[in-house]
Design a protein around this ligand. Structure first.
Ligand code: PLP
Ligand SMILES: N[C@H](C=O)CCC(=O)O
Length: 433
């Protein structure tokens, strides 16, 4: 593999962009590479970099590309939308159609508001929960990531974990004090907290954590927080920015049969273009301006190109839901069951967590990885070796042990077999460490 062009662009990038990247996880720092690959184009399950190397892609833009890159139907819709104009500052008919489509898939959502990112969606949902309950504090779980608004970057996951810290600098002590955190899955601690504190406006959670690697959810925990929120007049927010439309058409709430009060969405509902959304019961959503006095706005909220890409993506998912989700799960089962064989063959122990089309390989002797502390203890150096051997042989995997592998409808049996062949090589290298 050649990396000269990417390395050269990175040198220029560092002079004009902090760390040379516009989102920290792209920097490849924690996998011992001194520069990332710069993407040039992508199609289906493949991505090409500025050195024209071809890779099988398991990042999939961190989730949006569930149909694969540049899906024909999505591209046709986008082309049509672009012809009509890129942004109007006026509402469009397609926004209403997208809202209707999402509501059809999520019975818990009666009204939905579009944003430009997942970060804005979670920020607005928390604001709404505070206004509704007239309470101040929020509870989130350690290692869950809900975007980069101040109150949600406490004990956060994703790039913060990758870079070795969990609380961003630059947040007031007052904000930090109002964000309570607990380990994911510990219902006993959640109950204890609610006994002591009646000022908690909401629990915000990734129903299936995917930003400290995948953590497999215990359905009882989701049911437990649901009951507690109802009993204590707290709002339950499911942050389904990753899990929405991915684990099932109706997200984790459909999969586990647990209904939140508010849902945040992103990624797939924009079909690869910038978007986010939050929605829920009328009683809550009618507090949003201009009906109520909880302010939320955005120059590019409901951008017509993003909305059209999302509409086509969700329509495709809806039309194929009976086979598509089953096939995605089968693909992950095929890959992960073979990784287990490879791990045994080379005597390199791993624990694989998976849910639907998502999986994470943790290099560890432990049989279970259930909490952030478990994840932190897994072997970072072995993950880095895995990443580098895969990359050098034409497979791009998440450049951090704290992220998930994403599988799309475009990944073929050939892609998976090639991936497994290279994994065999990677595990052999790891066995020599
Ligand atoms: C679960 C979750 N919530 C929120 C966000 C924030 O979304 P965005 O990056 O679009 O702001 C992300 C990803 O970044 C996410 O994975
Ligand atoms: N884990 C993050 C989102 O899900 C990765 C995206 C990013 O922050 O660039």
């Amino acid at each position: 593999m050649r990396y000269e062009n990417s390395a050269e662009i990175f040198e220029k990038a560092k002079k004009v962009i902090p760390g040379g990247v516009n989102s920290p996880v792209r920097a490849f720092g924690s996998v011992n590479k001194s520069y990332p690959i710069f993407a040039k184009k992508a199609k289906g399950s493949k991505i090409w970099c500025e050195d024209d190397n071809e890779y099988i892609d398991y990042i999939c833009s961190w989730g949006p590309m569930i149909l694969g890159h540049n899906n024909e139907r999505v591209m046709a819709g986008v082309r049509e939308a672009i012809e009509d104009g890129s942004s109007f500052g006026l509402p469009t008919k397609m926004e209403v159609e997208l809202a209707e489509l999402v509501i059809k898939c999520y019975p818990s959502i009666e009204k939905i508001r579009l944003t430009t990112s997942g970060t804005e969606a979670t920020m607005a949902a928390v604001r709404l929960a505070r206004a509704y309950t007239k309470k101040n504090k929020i509870l989130k779980f350690e290692g869950c990531y809900h975007g980069h608004s101040d109150s949600l970057m406490v004990k956060a996951g994703s790039g913060l974990l990758t870079d070795g810290y969990q609380d961003s600098n630059g947040i007031t002590q007052g904000t930090i004090k109002d964000t309570l955190t607990l380990p994911f899955g510990r219902m006993d601690l959640v109950k204890e907290l609610f006994e002591k504190d009646d000022d908690i406006a909401c629990i915000i959670m990734e129903p299936v954590p995917a930003n400290m690697g995948i953590i497999e959810t215990d359905a009882e925990f989701l049911k437990g927080v649901r009951e507690l929120c109802t009993a204590k007049n707290s709002v339950l927010i499911f942050d389904e920015v990753i899990s929405g439309f991915r684990l099932a058409l109706g997200g984790a709430q459909e999969l586990f049969g647990v209904t939140p009060d508010l849902t945040t969405l992103g990624k797939i509902i924009g079909g690869g273009y910038p978007v986010g959304a939050f929605g829920g019961k009328n009683e809550l959503m009618d507090m949003i301006a201009p009906v109520g006095d909880v302010y939320h706005a955005g120059t590019l909220s409901g951008n017509p190109v993003s909305v059209r890409a999302g509409y086509e993506t969700i329509s495709e998912l809806l039309e194929n839901k009976d086979t598509l989700y089953k096939e995605l799960k089968e693909k992950v089962n095929y890959i992960t069951s073979n990784i287990e064989k490879i791990s045994e063959k080379h005597n390199v122990p791993v624990c694989i967590n998976k849910q639907g089309s998502l999986f994470t390989i943790f290099f560890t002797d432990k049989d279970e990885i259930k909490t952030l502390d478990d994840v932190i203890e897994t072997d970072t150096e072995k993950y880095a070796k895995y990443f580098n051997v895969m990359l050098d042989s034409g497979v791009v995997t998440p450049p951090s042990k704290y992220e998930a592998h994403f599988v799309s409808a475009a990944h073929t049996k050939d892609d998976m077999d090639k991936t497994l062949e290279i994994m065999d090589k990677a595990f052999e290298e790891i066995s020599k460490m």
